[in-house]
Design a protein around this ligand. Structure first.
Ligand code: NI
Length: 264
Protein backbone atom coordinates (compact mmCIF):
# COMPACT_ATOMS: atom_id res chain seq x y z
CA UNK A 1 0.00 0.00 0.00
CA UNK A 2 1.18 3.49 -0.81
CA UNK A 3 0.92 6.07 1.95
CA UNK A 4 -0.16 8.83 -0.45
CA UNK A 5 -3.11 6.71 -1.59
CA UNK A 6 -4.33 5.82 1.89
CA UNK A 7 -6.79 7.60 4.17
CA UNK A 8 -6.09 8.58 7.76
CA UNK A 9 -8.74 6.14 8.94
CA UNK A 10 -7.18 3.25 7.00
CA UNK A 11 -3.79 4.13 8.46
CA UNK A 12 -5.14 4.38 12.00
CA UNK A 13 -6.76 0.97 11.66
CA UNK A 14 -3.34 -0.48 10.78
CA UNK A 15 -1.73 1.27 13.73
CA UNK A 16 -4.40 -0.17 16.03
CA UNK A 17 -3.49 -3.63 14.72
CA UNK A 18 0.15 -3.00 15.66
CA UNK A 19 1.51 -2.46 12.15
CA UNK A 20 3.47 0.78 12.39
CA UNK A 21 6.21 0.32 9.81
CA UNK A 22 6.86 2.15 6.54
CA UNK A 23 9.43 2.03 3.73
CA UNK A 24 10.65 5.44 2.61
CA UNK A 25 12.49 5.25 -0.73
CA UNK A 26 15.28 7.76 -1.44
CA UNK A 27 16.14 8.65 -5.02
CA UNK A 28 18.22 11.17 -6.93
CA UNK A 29 17.82 13.20 -10.13
CA UNK A 30 21.19 12.78 -11.81
CA UNK A 31 22.97 11.81 -14.99
CA UNK A 32 23.28 8.07 -15.67
CA UNK A 33 25.47 8.32 -18.76
CA UNK A 34 24.11 10.06 -21.86
CA UNK A 35 21.55 7.32 -22.72
CA UNK A 36 20.42 6.65 -19.13
CA UNK A 37 17.31 8.01 -17.44
CA UNK A 38 17.91 10.88 -15.01
CA UNK A 39 15.42 9.42 -12.56
CA UNK A 40 16.90 5.90 -12.55
CA UNK A 41 17.65 5.90 -8.80
CA UNK A 42 14.19 7.16 -7.86
CA UNK A 43 12.47 4.77 -10.29
CA UNK A 44 14.31 1.74 -8.86
CA UNK A 45 13.94 2.70 -5.19
CA UNK A 46 10.21 3.40 -5.56
CA UNK A 47 9.54 0.16 -7.45
CA UNK A 48 11.41 -1.98 -4.92
CA UNK A 49 9.76 -0.18 -1.98
CA UNK A 50 6.26 -0.56 -3.45
CA UNK A 51 6.81 -4.22 -4.30
CA UNK A 52 8.28 -5.06 -0.91
CA UNK A 53 5.52 -3.22 0.95
CA UNK A 54 2.87 -5.09 -1.04
CA UNK A 55 4.51 -8.43 -0.32
CA UNK A 56 5.19 -7.85 3.39
CA UNK A 57 1.84 -6.24 4.25
CA UNK A 58 3.58 -2.91 4.69
CA UNK A 59 3.30 0.66 3.50
CA UNK A 60 5.61 2.51 1.15
CA UNK A 61 5.94 6.29 1.01
CA UNK A 62 6.33 8.31 -2.20
CA UNK A 63 10.00 8.50 -3.17
CA UNK A 64 12.14 11.49 -2.26
CA UNK A 65 13.05 12.16 -5.88
CA UNK A 66 15.98 14.51 -5.16
CA UNK A 67 19.15 13.35 -3.42
CA UNK A 68 22.75 14.29 -2.70
CA UNK A 69 24.59 14.12 -6.02
CA UNK A 70 26.98 17.09 -5.95
CA UNK A 71 29.59 15.09 -7.90
CA UNK A 72 27.21 14.92 -10.90
CA UNK A 73 26.51 18.70 -10.95
CA UNK A 74 27.09 20.76 -14.11
CA UNK A 75 25.71 17.94 -16.22
CA UNK A 76 22.37 18.49 -17.95
CA UNK A 77 19.40 17.49 -15.83
CA UNK A 78 21.22 16.78 -12.57
CA UNK A 79 19.65 18.54 -9.56
CA UNK A 80 21.29 17.87 -6.20
CA UNK A 81 20.43 18.66 -2.62
CA UNK A 82 23.48 19.62 -0.61
CA UNK A 83 24.24 17.08 2.15
CA UNK A 84 22.99 19.40 4.90
CA UNK A 85 19.73 20.04 2.99
CA UNK A 86 19.06 16.34 2.49
CA UNK A 87 19.79 15.74 6.16
CA UNK A 88 17.36 18.51 7.16
CA UNK A 89 14.63 17.19 4.85
CA UNK A 90 15.00 13.68 6.23
CA UNK A 91 14.95 14.89 9.85
CA UNK A 92 11.69 16.72 9.16
CA UNK A 93 10.11 13.76 7.35
CA UNK A 94 11.23 11.17 9.94
CA UNK A 95 10.07 13.29 12.87
CA UNK A 96 6.73 13.98 11.15
CA UNK A 97 6.11 10.29 10.47
CA UNK A 98 7.02 9.42 14.08
CA UNK A 99 4.81 12.16 15.55
CA UNK A 100 1.93 10.72 13.52
CA UNK A 101 2.40 7.22 14.94
CA UNK A 102 4.96 5.33 12.82
CA UNK A 103 7.55 3.50 14.93
CA UNK A 104 9.61 1.77 12.21
CA UNK A 105 10.98 3.54 9.14
CA UNK A 106 13.09 1.64 6.61
CA UNK A 107 14.98 4.17 4.49
CA UNK A 108 15.56 2.43 1.16
CA UNK A 109 18.07 4.33 -0.93
CA UNK A 110 18.63 4.00 -4.65
CA UNK A 111 21.74 6.19 -4.55
CA UNK A 112 24.95 5.86 -2.53
CA UNK A 113 25.43 9.62 -2.19
CA UNK A 114 22.39 9.69 0.13
CA UNK A 115 23.92 7.31 2.68
CA UNK A 116 26.04 9.72 4.74
CA UNK A 117 23.34 12.43 4.99
CA UNK A 118 20.72 9.77 5.85
CA UNK A 119 22.91 8.33 8.61
CA UNK A 120 23.47 11.82 10.01
CA UNK A 121 19.71 12.51 9.85
CA UNK A 122 18.98 9.34 11.83
CA UNK A 123 21.40 10.48 14.56
CA UNK A 124 19.96 14.01 14.49
CA UNK A 125 16.49 12.59 15.19
CA UNK A 126 17.84 10.41 17.99
CA UNK A 127 19.63 13.47 19.43
CA UNK A 128 16.35 15.39 19.42
CA UNK A 129 14.74 12.55 21.39
CA UNK A 130 17.70 12.14 23.77
CA UNK A 131 17.84 15.82 24.67
CA UNK A 132 14.10 16.10 25.11
CA UNK A 133 13.60 18.51 22.21
CA UNK A 134 11.28 15.94 20.63
CA UNK A 135 8.66 13.98 22.57
CA UNK A 136 7.40 11.08 20.47
CA UNK A 137 4.21 9.11 21.18
CA UNK A 138 6.25 5.87 20.87
CA UNK A 139 9.95 5.08 20.33
CA UNK A 140 11.13 5.36 16.72
CA UNK A 141 13.59 2.99 15.05
CA UNK A 142 15.07 3.87 11.66
CA UNK A 143 17.03 1.49 9.46
CA UNK A 144 18.92 2.36 6.28
CA UNK A 145 19.42 -0.05 3.38
CA UNK A 146 20.18 0.25 -0.32
CA UNK A 147 17.74 -1.66 -2.53
CA UNK A 148 20.58 -3.75 -4.01
CA UNK A 149 22.00 -5.08 -0.72
CA UNK A 150 20.10 -8.35 -0.31
CA UNK A 151 21.48 -11.83 -1.05
CA UNK A 152 19.07 -12.81 -3.87
CA UNK A 153 19.82 -9.67 -5.81
CA UNK A 154 23.57 -9.83 -5.15
CA UNK A 155 23.68 -13.36 -6.58
CA UNK A 156 21.68 -12.39 -9.66
CA UNK A 157 23.78 -9.30 -10.35
CA UNK A 158 26.91 -11.41 -10.16
CA UNK A 159 25.44 -14.06 -12.44
CA UNK A 160 24.22 -11.57 -15.06
CA UNK A 161 27.00 -8.99 -15.10
CA UNK A 162 29.99 -10.20 -13.04
CA UNK A 163 32.61 -7.48 -12.64
CA UNK A 164 30.87 -5.28 -15.23
CA UNK A 165 28.16 -4.31 -12.72
CA UNK A 166 30.29 -1.38 -11.50
CA UNK A 167 29.09 1.52 -9.35
CA UNK A 168 27.01 3.96 -11.37
CA UNK A 169 24.75 3.53 -14.37
CA UNK A 170 25.00 -0.12 -13.43
CA UNK A 171 23.44 -2.61 -15.85
CA UNK A 172 21.11 -3.79 -13.05
CA UNK A 173 19.60 -0.36 -12.33
CA UNK A 174 19.44 0.40 -16.06
CA UNK A 175 17.68 -2.95 -16.68
CA UNK A 176 15.05 -2.23 -14.02
CA UNK A 177 14.40 1.24 -15.47
CA UNK A 178 14.11 -0.36 -18.95
CA UNK A 179 11.63 -2.93 -17.66
CA UNK A 180 9.47 -0.27 -16.03
CA UNK A 181 9.76 2.36 -18.80
CA UNK A 182 10.35 0.49 -22.07
CA UNK A 183 9.28 3.55 -24.07
CA UNK A 184 12.36 5.45 -22.77
CA UNK A 185 14.90 2.63 -22.96
CA UNK A 186 18.10 3.23 -24.94
CA UNK A 187 19.35 0.54 -27.35
CA UNK A 188 22.46 -1.33 -26.12
CA UNK A 189 24.67 0.18 -28.85
CA UNK A 190 24.01 3.73 -27.61
CA UNK A 191 26.14 3.20 -24.49
CA UNK A 192 29.83 4.19 -24.30
CA UNK A 193 32.42 1.44 -24.56
CA UNK A 194 33.20 -0.30 -21.23
CA UNK A 195 36.03 1.22 -19.23
CA UNK A 196 37.21 -0.54 -16.07
CA UNK A 197 37.42 1.59 -12.95
CA UNK A 198 40.66 3.62 -13.05
CA UNK A 199 42.86 3.22 -9.98
CA UNK A 200 43.08 6.46 -8.00
CA UNK A 201 43.97 6.54 -4.30
CA UNK A 202 42.41 10.01 -3.90
CA UNK A 203 39.07 9.12 -5.42
CA UNK A 204 37.28 6.03 -4.16
CA UNK A 205 34.20 5.84 -6.37
CA UNK A 206 32.82 2.79 -4.61
CA UNK A 207 32.71 4.38 -1.18
CA UNK A 208 30.74 7.49 -2.14
CA UNK A 209 33.50 9.73 -0.81
CA UNK A 210 33.50 11.74 -3.98
CA UNK A 211 35.51 14.80 -4.88
CA UNK A 212 34.02 17.82 -6.64
CA UNK A 213 32.04 17.59 -9.86
CA UNK A 214 34.81 18.92 -12.14
CA UNK A 215 37.34 16.31 -11.01
CA UNK A 216 34.64 13.62 -11.04
CA UNK A 217 33.84 14.49 -14.62
CA UNK A 218 37.51 14.51 -15.62
CA UNK A 219 37.79 11.01 -14.23
CA UNK A 220 34.46 9.69 -15.56
CA UNK A 221 33.81 11.80 -18.69
CA UNK A 222 31.03 9.55 -20.02
CA UNK A 223 29.27 9.56 -16.64
CA UNK A 224 29.53 5.81 -16.20
CA UNK A 225 31.55 4.50 -13.23
CA UNK A 226 33.16 1.10 -13.84
CA UNK A 227 29.96 -0.42 -15.23
CA UNK A 228 28.79 -1.73 -18.59
CA UNK A 229 25.15 -0.66 -18.97
CA UNK A 230 25.08 -1.99 -22.56
CA UNK A 231 24.54 -5.41 -20.94
CA UNK A 232 21.17 -4.32 -19.51
CA UNK A 233 18.02 -5.96 -20.90
CA UNK A 234 14.41 -5.35 -19.96
CA UNK A 235 13.91 -9.06 -19.22
CA UNK A 236 16.77 -8.91 -16.72
CA UNK A 237 15.03 -5.93 -15.16
CA UNK A 238 11.93 -7.90 -14.26
CA UNK A 239 14.02 -10.67 -12.64
CA UNK A 240 16.25 -8.18 -10.81
CA UNK A 241 13.23 -6.30 -9.50
CA UNK A 242 11.66 -9.54 -8.29
CA UNK A 243 14.89 -10.51 -6.45
CA UNK A 244 15.23 -7.07 -4.84
CA UNK A 245 11.57 -7.06 -3.80
CA UNK A 246 11.95 -10.50 -2.18
CA UNK A 247 15.08 -9.38 -0.30
CA UNK A 248 13.63 -6.10 0.94
CA UNK A 249 10.24 -7.64 1.83
CA UNK A 250 12.05 -10.10 4.09
CA UNK A 251 14.09 -7.33 5.74
CA UNK A 252 11.03 -5.15 6.21
CA UNK A 253 8.81 -7.91 7.62
CA UNK A 254 11.41 -8.75 10.30
CA UNK A 255 11.99 -5.07 11.03
CA UNK A 256 8.29 -4.26 11.40
CA UNK A 257 7.70 -7.27 13.67
CA UNK A 258 10.73 -6.72 15.93
CA UNK A 259 10.00 -5.81 19.55
CA UNK A 260 11.61 -2.77 21.15
CA UNK A 261 13.76 -2.97 24.24
CA UNK A 262 11.68 -1.41 26.99
CA UNK A 263 12.70 2.18 27.65
CA UNK A 264 13.85 2.88 31.20
NI1 NI B 1 21.86 5.24 -10.10
Amino acid sequence: MRLDRMSVSALEARFAAGRRGIILPLGSLEQHGAPGLLGTDAICAQAVADGAAARADGISAPVLAYGQAQFHLRRAGTASLRPSTLMAVLVDVLESLALGGFTRVLLLTGHGGNVAPAQAAMQEVMADVSTGRLALPAPLTVKLRAWWEGPRLAALRRELYGDREGFHATPSEVAIAMALHPEAAAPPESWPAFRPLPADPLHDAGGDRHLDAARHRAMFPDGVIGSDPSLARAEHGHALLEAAVADVAETFAAFQAAQDHAAR
